[in-house]
Design a protein. Structure first.
Length: 198
């Protein structure tokens, strides 16, 4: 028998259930059962319905959570700012790639063509999330702005575009680019001559 989780306030229990649901969605899509979720969270099945009205509500909240930028920005905060620019960008690209691959996998598992409607519906929030991420990445690039031919925010934009394309199995014909390949491609085009020697 799975050991039961300790009692938590409703908001913490919601988050714990959401986080337990996400990996199951990658495996089972919307066919995940409340029994599987309860087992993964270490709670009784009825606990789910004390904080969510239905399994669908829990699944929708888990999907929204997966597409939020907050946890990703926290990961970016862990990038070592003392690293040389290329190494810093490789760390950033690796984090971005992990997020994109996870998002693409979730979209496939749920049988969708893109982010779910519930995420797309709030365009303002999505725009804010993208700005939040872009600002965090740009702040990590800015200390080396003098090595670049373009402003740091343009490097951020180019990096995000190439990580997105280079991490998509259909775009790359199944041969994903490595973070190193992505960063070297961006830097070759956007660094000054002095920066390339750096």
């Amino acid at each position: 028998m799975t050991p039961r989780a300790p009692a938590l306030p409703a908001s913490e229990r919601r988050l714990a259930l959401i986080e337990a649901t996400l990996p199951l969605l990658h495996q089972h899509g919307r066919n995940v059962t409340t029994r599987q979720i309860a087992d993964a969270a270490g709670v009784a099945e009825g606990t789910i319905f004390r904080v969510f009205n239905s399994k669908d509500e829990l699944v929708d909240e888990a999907v929204i959570h997966a597409f939020r930028s907050g946890t990703f920005v926290d990961q970016l905060a862990g990038v070592d700012t003392t690293l040389p620019l290329r190494d810093r960008l490789v760390e950033i690209a690796a984090l971005m790639q992990e997020r994109f691959i996870s998002s693409f996998g979730l979209i496939r598992a749920l049988g969708m063509m893109g982010p779910p409607d519930i995420v797309k519906a709030d365009a303002d929030r999505r725009r804010d999330w993208r700005r939040h991420v872009a600002h965090a990445i740009t702040a990590l690039i800015e200390p080396d702005a003098d090595l670049l031919r373009v402003p740091p925010d343009e490097v951020t934009r180019a990096l995000r575009l190439l990580v997105f394309a280079g991490s998509h199995a259909e775009i790359t014909d199944g041969e994903l680019m490595t973070p190193e390949e992505i960063v070297d491609t961006v830097l070759l085009g956007l660094m000054t001559e002095r920066g390339r020697e750096y």
